[in-house]
Design a protein around this ligand. Structure first.
Ligand code: PLP
Ligand code: COI
Length: 340
């Protein structure tokens, strides 16, 4: 099957692989790690995952390096974050070692689906946890299933590394001010579907949400964090309604290494007038340069890129990220887990 995969033209979509890895929490403990060749799950029709949204997930990537080795990027950070998500919606936190073991196992067993070096594609690792116990009253489950599935993917935003346009839309919020935005749970994505579709139908690649309380500050950027370069500083929104992006953390390190100040703070919409670059960053989005931000309610267009090309800072961010992930530059931060 892998012979049929056109690695250089993979979309960000689902491609079947050989297997996935599963573990069940039952009677107060995690059971054995099992390898499954099934793409489906058989669960109770009253499972909390189906009725009360006890579902959470993660997203990380494995890369084939210039030296042929496979590297998983910042696995420990995803292991930490998935535990936070679990606590947020009363699910069973996955022990860090179990998360690590299952991600590595899923990659190893599907090694033939790790795209070749130079293809621009990677193996997306999607761990997910669901509540299994049947409940009709609104209550958390006591049995959980944790699955790590993998699938080879190409770029999230069409066209690869080129500017993308996004829009501000006040009609919808992704999350509530003291809601679930900082956790990676399915419900947040359900709440973003309608606005996302509207944005796509209008030709934009994502919605730049505003803070749900005052609609004054920039918040999450579709399935990614937002950052901008203003007066030579790296600025990125800080808020409880934003998922703490691991890519964003990495870019903040790069920015500092490049001699820039980093500000995590409220950013008002009108500050967009004065930014020299902006981007959407995330595991799927990587670091996607933004050309233009259109405010659909006021009709104002913020032209970020005057020449239509990605800016120098974003270009350097992507170069650094790719070089570390593919083993072309020393991994001075210790971000890679090399699969032996
Ligand atoms: N924000 C949202 C809503 C996301 O879905 C993602 C993707 O995981 C991100 C931000 C970026 O996070 P990360 O860089 O850890 O992938
Ligand atoms: C990721 O970047 O891993 C995400 O989860 C975004 C996604 C929902 C496509």
């Amino acid at each position: 099957m892998d012979n049929e995969i056109d690695w250089g033209n993979l979309p960000f979509g689902y491609v079947p692989t050989d297997c996935n890895v599963r573990c069940t929490f039952r009677d107060g403990k995690w059971g054995p790690v099992e390898v499954s060749h099934s793409e489906t799950i058989n669960i109770h029709m009253a499972a909390t995952a189906l009725h009360y949204g006890q579902e959470l997930f993660e997203g990380l990537k494995a890369f084939r390096g210039a030296d042929g080795k496979i590297r998983i990027f910042r696995l420990e950070e995803n292991a930490k974050r998935i535990r936070e998500s679990a606590k947020g919606i009363l699910m069973e936190p996955i022990p860090e070692d179990l998360f690590r073991e299952m991600c590595i196992k899923a990659v190893k067993l599907n090694e033939r689906f790790v795209p070749p070096y130079g293809s621009g594609a990677s193996l997306y690792i999607r761990p997910l946890e669901i509540g299994l116990s049947p409940r009709i009253g609104v209550k958390e489950a006591d049995e959980y299933l944790f699955i790590v599935m993998v699938t080879p993917v190409g770029p999230y935003f069409k066209g690869g590394f080129k500017n993308t346009n996004i829009c501000i839309m006040r009609e919808y919020d992704r999350v509530a001010p003291r809601g679930t935005g900082r956790w990676k749970i399915g419900g947040n994505y359900a709440a973003s579907l309608a606005s996302g579709k509207k944005a796509h139908d209008l030709g934009y690649s994502a919605v730049l949400f505003l803070d749900p309380k005052e609609k004054k500050y920039l918040d999450e950027c579709g399935p990614a964090n937002f950052y901008a370069i203003k007066d030579g500083k790296y600025i990125t929104p800080k808020s409880d309604s934003i998922l703490p992006s691991i890519t964003n953390l990495s870019l903040q390190e790069f920015a500092k290494e490049m001699g820039m100040e980093v500000e995590c703070r409220h950013i008002t919409v009108d500050e967009l007038e004065d930014v020299s670059e902006a981007g959407a960053c995330g595991t799927a989005a990587v670091c996607s340069p933004i050309g233009e931000i259109d405010d659909l309610d006021t009709g104002h267009k913020y032209i970020i890129s005057r020449d239509g090309k990605p800016g120098p800072v974003t270009t350097e961010f992507v170069r650094r990220l790719e070089a570390i992930r593919h083993g072309e530059e020393p991994d001075t931060h210790g971000w890679n887990t090399i699969i032996e």
